[in-house]
Design a binder for this molecule. Structure first.
Ligand code: ZN
Length: 292
């Protein structure tokens, strides 16, 4: 039976310029040494990184938003905790008010009540900064990630801005009731028909998830969140500088590569300038054998 197409749109919420050491470091380097490298880095990486969110329109189950992007308030005084200036040191943030996720959704006639679900890959400020714009919509994330970020102090130290989450923010948890997806042992259905599921992609952060969207015909989309920053890093099995489990991060990127060997996979990282073209032209990623 032919399936009706699922649409995916990229909505960009500003850009981030990062230290090269935040972008990538060897996976053999410990989290503490990684942080030291970032804090002593004086360079800025060019080009700046886009901050993408993804609006998925399912033919019968409505609209799902993957991540909420950065907040236009992020450069305002007091947005980040004064006692933890590291985010300002390691990144430069740029976003205009009309790039907020709330404004972009409203431009399309979509309010929070029109969203079936908001799925968060993780709570870093550039993925959860628009949460207050979609307050009222069901928010889904992994229980493991929520528990790691539940304390405001721990969340702040990990790169979130918990003071700007909606009042009494209480996400729902993804449930592992789906079967395996390639090398991912289990999946967390987001839609009842199983065409949108989350899979565990830890490494960048505990409990981080990516989203798999089974499109029409033979195309499967893999929305990585921050499991990788771009296809070059993915192919080289590089790890980003800020992750808290570099060895786990390598295991995760190997699984994504394995899935791409098993089926045509359009890989869409949140900070990859190539994601737009890959989405529009349905360009599947063909892994090299690096690391194997
Ligand atoms: Zn992140």
């Amino acid at each position: 039976m032919a399936t009706t197409d699922i649409q995916i749109q990229i909505l960009q919420t500003g850009t981030i310029t990062v230290r090269p050491s935040l972008y990538t470091q060897p996976h053999t380097r410990s989290p503490l040494l990684r942080l030291l490298h970032i804090l002593t880095d004086r360079q800025w990486r060019s080009p700046s990184l886009p901050v993408y969110t993804f609006l998925i329109t399912h033919p019968t189950e409505g609209r799902i938003l993957f991540d909420t992007g950065m907040s236009p308030s992020c450069n305002g005084p007091g947005y980040f905790a004064w006692w933890f200036p590291a985010i300002k040191f390691m990144s430069r943030l740029s976003i205009t008010p009309d790039q907020s996720i709330g404004t972009q959704l409203l431009e399309r006639g979509i309010g929070p009540g029109d969203l079936t679900a908001v799925v968060l890959s993780h709570l870093h400020h550039d993925h959860s900064g628009g949460l207050s714009d979609v307050a009222g919509a069901p928010v889904l994330m992994s229980k493991e990630h929520w528990e790691a970020f539940q304390s405001p102090t721990a969340a702040t130290l990990s790169g979130a801005a918990p003071n700007h989450w909606p009042r009494d923010f209480a996400p729902d948890f993804l449930q592992a009731t789906g079967g395996p997806v390639g090398p991912f042992e289990k999946s967390y259905p987001v839609t009842a028909d199983g065409r949108v599921v989350a899979v565990e992609t830890p490494g960048h952060m505990r409990g981080h998830v990516s989203l798999v969207v089974f499109g029409d015909e033979a195309t499967t989309y893999f929305l990585t969140g921050d499991a990788t920053y771009d296809l070059e890093s993915l192919d080289a099995e590089g790890t980003d500088g800020a992750n808290d489990d570099p060895v786990g991060a390598v295991e995760t990127v190997r699984k994504i590569k394995q899935l791409a060997r098993e089926r045509p996979l359009v890989v869409l990282p949140s900070h990859d300038l190539g994601s737009r073209q890959r989405l529009e032209e349905k360009i599947a990623y063909k892994p090299s054998n690096t690391g194997f």
